[in-house]
Design a protein around this ligand. Structure first.
Ligand code: PEP
Ligand code: MN
Length: 359
């Protein structure tokens, strides 16, 4: 699989870089599907997405219109000339998508986790020249993601790509699905020619952070974005909180900075830019982790206030620093450095706790 030029389809499509896929989480009605498509036609989006078969966490929610919505999607292509994509979750869906000449078939996160389902879909699509994009599994398992892509590759499907939609975590974070960028970066390192599309909508779960996540993806040289878009997001039948209007989509894509590989750029310069992007990302993750640590410190402050316990507990602090010095040593970090860093962290924590205790 390593040597395959997966990105050939992207070059052949001759679409603007980055590739922008947009459309509603779910195809709700024919009117809704077409209204959104005509609005998206005025943006940078060149591929129209819509969910027809919706995998829902709990029963009783809208599960999609099913095959009935396929002619609506076909009409999008007819009326706007946009390419189209839908999610398939079993062999029957895959056959129907081929019948209706859907251009790009995507595999959802809940399907990628199941090798039986993936194999069944790969068999149904055998030898197709349609593009198949595989979302990451909901759990942070790179091998499972690669395994699914391999099943399509072994079924003779050459036009492959991946979609990064973040990973589910039990712990509440500011993301709906934690991006864990190191996983798609590792996928890119292993398969440099495999296009990766970022889905900021399912990573964020909300509208106001979509720009930032999209920018990070472009800084990491992802080939495109898949963004859920709806003319009346608040009234969407699924994922209402994260959908944005086509007007907002246009603003976002206009404001994004695209890092182009300049031809004259020397290899070493290119490498340096890539490594700097990785550093920027790690720094960002450090800040997020520190903020999370301060939150926990504040919660401790609440407990201390209730129990009327002093903020500073020297023995606990000695224990923490000793543990971190050992941990640091195992990771090649000097004890002076660890002591300096943790003293600063501890001071900041105490300030956060004092704020709570004195409130
Ligand atoms: C979707 O794209 O609407 C969807 C269901 O995504 P995921 O498989 O990433 O949850
Ligand atoms: Mn969705």
């Amino acid at each position: 699989m390593e040597s395959t030029n997966f990105s050939a389809w992207l070059e052949k499509m001759e679409l603007a870089h980055p590739l922008v896929i947009a459309g509603p989480c779910s195809a709700e009605t024919e009117e809704q599907v077409l209204e959104i498509a005509h609005e998206l036609k005025k943006t940078d989006a060149t591929v129209y997405r819509a969910g027809i078969w919706k995998p829902r966490t709990r029963p009783g929610n809208f599960e999609g219109n099913g095959a009935k919505a396929l002619p609506w999607i076909a009409k999008v292509k007819e009326e706007t000339g946009m390419l189209t994509t839908v999610e398939v979750a079993n062999a029957q869906h895959a056959k129907l998508a081929l019948e209706f000449d859907i251009d790009i078939i995507w595999i959802g996160a809940r399907t990628t986790v199941n090798p039986f389902a993936v194999q069944e879909i790969a068999d149904a699509l055998k030898g197709t020249d349609k593009i198949v994009l595989v979302k990451n599994p909901i759990n942070p398992d790179l091998e499972l993601w690669i395994g699914a892509i391999e099943r399509f590759h072994s079924a003779g499907i050459k036009n492959l790509g991946a979609i990064h939609r973040g990973f589910s975590s039990y712990k509440k974070t500011k993301y709906r699905n934690n991006p864990q960028w190191q996983i798609p970066i590792e996928l890119k390192n292993r398969y440099p020619k495999l296009p990766i599309i970022c889905d900021p909508s399912h990573i964020c779960g909300r509208r106001d952070t979509i720009f930032d996540v999209s920018q990070t993806a472009l800084d990491l040289k992802f080939e495109g974005l898949m963004i859920e878009s709806h003319c009346d997001p608040d009234k969407a039948w699924s994922d209402a909180k994260q959908q944005i209007t086509p007007t907002r989509l246009k603003e976002i894509t206009e404001d994004l900075r695209v890092r182009k590989d300049r031809v004259e750029e020397k290899d070493s310069v290119k490498k340096l830019t890539d490594l700097r992007s990785e550093i920027n990302l790690l720094d960002k993750q450090l800040i997020e982790l520190l903020a999370e640590r301060m939150n926990v410190a504040e919660n401790i402050g609440v407990v201390k206030k209730e129990a009327n316990v002093a903020i500073l507990q020297r023995s606990r602090w000695q224990e923490v620093i000793q543990k971190m010095v050992n941990e640091g040593g195992q990771n090649g970090l000097s004890s002076e450095f660890i002591e300096r860093v943790f003293k600063a962290i501890h001071q900041e924590s105490i300030q956060h706790q004092e704020k709570i205790v004195n409130s």
